[in-house]
Design a protein around this ligand. Sequence first.
Ligand SMILES: Nc1ncnc2c1ncn2[C@@H]1O[C@H](COP(=O)(O)OP(=O)(O)O)[C@@H](O)[C@H]1O
Ligand SMILES: [Mg+2]
Length: 333
Amino acid sequence: MTQLMPPLDDLLVSEEQASNLTYFAFAKAHNAEPALAPTKASVGELPDVLAGRYRIERLLGAGGMGAVYRARDLLSEQFGDPDPYIALKILSEEFAESPDASALLYSEFALIRRLRHDNVLRLHSFEVDTDCQRAFITMELMRGLTLDKLLCERPLGLPWKELRDIALPLLDALAHAHARGVLHGDMKPSNVMLSEEGVRLFDFGLGQAEEGILPGLPHLSRNRFNAWTPGYAAPELLEGQPLAASADVYGVACVIYELAGGKHPFRRMSSTEARDGQLERELHAPRNLPKRCWPALRTALAFDAADRTITAAQLRDAMGATSSLLQRLRLRA
Ligand SMILES: Nc1ncnc2c1ncn2[C@@H]1O[C@H](COP(=O)(O)OP(=O)(O)O)[C@@H](O)[C@H]1O
Ligand SMILES: [Mg+2]
């Protein structure tokens, strides 16, 4: 579970303070006054239809800061689209009341929009319902199972062939994000979906752009709040270091380890507790992982970021490489 966070105002570090942010989208069309940030009184309950177009049907999931609903796009439906269903992410009422909440949601939108990959969730739009003064993201509706649910159904882990079909696309998606300067920040089983259309990496809500990428976005100080998921967050994150690609590598390695044998690598402990208890000494290859993949996965699980000398792309290549025996057999066939 993502831990509770302090008030949202504390999360934004802008050079000239948050009051300088302008919320054009929140201004109602007839309002000649300068756009105002939503106040506590103006943030209403969710209407049945958002922005005159998206009919909310049911809750799909709720996390630390917001909720995701299944909705029907009435406009697409009107044009005869056979599948007018979408997913819609909106900050929970509590967070929506903060003047900076929409900046946080927009930052998530902007990060994912930089990515174009079959295994990354596809976004449609960032919108605002001016009546209820709430910003939201629309995106593809994924139908399937998140990996945490899959693990509940398969407590002994997945056989190598099935594991590989999840691990390779997942690592490829992460390698793509890193190549585009996007850090995920919250790699864990519940943020990966095995959907009808394949593996999808999603929830960049704690993500960040590398230095120099998307410079116009307000800087969200991820290290000033403790929102990491202890069982998957690298020790340096829990100790207040800034997010880096190597922390995502640690998280994804925990996910792959768990898929391979049904067990978390460090008995579900936080990485700092596991490190202090020297749990790496009892770490062994998970049952369904071919031996040749273990050195790479083991490196990705290093507690010290300096020893985690493998990138997501290298881990993908190590997991994807076929053994020389297999290669020889295939060549002969
Ligand atoms: N596009 C989507 N399609 C279907 N279900 C989704 C979608 N996005 C999120 N969900 C569901 O909602 C849950 C919460 O979404 P997530 O983006 O992870 O938000 P949070 O930041 O609150 O964790 C997910 O674990 C998943 O079950
Ligand atoms: Mg999530």
